[in-house]
Design a protein around this ligand. Structure first.
Ligand code: E4P
Length: 308
């Protein structure tokens, strides 16, 4: 186990909005920031002040002491290495906290190099530029990123949940609302039940050797043997702990406080969270109810002690 007593899960905010970063920072819980091109676009579109993007990025870097991930936009190894150097050399002097984000695989067409991401991570890590390897969807991608020298790896929990639950069609074609927790345990149980029913049907031989329907069922819910975003993080953590990789895991693309809790229970290094998820981690209706009672019960004698 890499986690030692006293180590604490770090919380990053997954946004480029300066007001959200400042607010989380003021609570004393913020350890870093992650951005990506979509988050920068959103932040700039919602900006009321007229400030340049350079100034915007500089303000983010000054607001937090911890690492701030800035993503490249290129596809080839050469583009990514050059952009990463521009970002690092242009901004790291501000607060010494720039990390460059490189996708594990940038290929989207057959003409693109599937391995440009890995090659860029290797080159940049050798130049001592810290890399956060992003868009990680499988344990093997995380293994490759760590071997290439990434300082951080970002598995995308929410996007994996979205993919798996769509595939197993738990809601008969309806979309899952973004903030709902994907019931991984339920999906596993439904699959077990279906397998049990197949075995009991007396057609097992036929299902294994003729129509292969039982094998399709084994592949029904999982993807590369992964059942959910949380399961993906668990698997990466197993691999990294086993070989004592220094690469830190950033649980990313998180949609719900429950995912954060499950990541904390397994001792993940970092969770990067939308500001709305950080807010939800502090709010509980029973706490509100309790507060109403305590506030009502402050007797005058006690109030006068409290006033000093
Ligand atoms: C991580 O670094 C990414 O910026 C982010 O978590 C993506 O989240 P999304 O799937 O909600 O877009």
């Amino acid at each position: 186990m890499r986690i030692r007593k006293g180590d604490m899960m770090k919380i990053f905010v997954d946004t480029a909005k300066i007001d959200e970063i400042k607010e989380a920072e003021s609570w004393g819980i913020l350890d870093g920031v992650t951005t990506n091109p979509s988050l920068i676009k959103k932040a700039v579109e919602s900006e009321s002040e007229d400030i340049s993007l350079d100034d915007h990025i500089e303000e983010i870097l000054r607001t937090v002491e911890g690492p701030v991930s800035l993503e490249v936009g290129g596809i080839s190894k050469e583009e990514m290495v050059s952009e990463a150097k521009i970002l690092y050399e242009g901004f790291n002097d501000i607060n010494n906290n720039v990390v460059v984000k490189i996708p594990i695989n940038t290929a989207t067409t057959e003409n693109d190099d599937e391995f440009a991401g890995v090659k860029a991570i290797k080159t940049l890590s050798e130049d001592d530029i810290p890399v956060n390897c992003t868009l990680v969807m499988s344990p093997n991608q995380a293994l490759m990123a760590a071997k290439a020298g990434a300082a951080y790896v970002s598995p995308f929990l929410g996007r994996i949940d979205d993919h798996i639950r769509k595939k197993i069609n738990l809601r008969r074609g309806e979309d899952y609302p973004k903030g709902t927790y994907y019931p991984e345990e339920l999906a596993r149980k439904i699959r077990e039940q279906k397998i049990y029913e197949m075995i009991m049907s007396g057609r097992v031989e036929e299902m294994i050797y003729k129509d292969h329907s039982i094998m399709k069922l084994f592949d029904w819910a999982n993807d590369d043997g992964i059942f959910s975003g949380v399961d993906l993080v668990w698997s990466i953590k197993e691999i990294y702990d086993r070989y004592e990789f220094d690469t830190e895991i950033i649980a990313a693309s998180i949609r719900t406080p429950r995912q954060v809790r499950l990541c904390a229970e397994m001792g993940v290094d970092i969770a990067t969270l939308p500001f709305s998820v950080i807010e939800k981690m502090v709010i509980h209706f029973k706490t509100k109810e309790g507060m109403e009672g305590f506030t009502k019960d402050v007797i005058p004698e006690y109030r006068s002690i409290l006033k000093g």
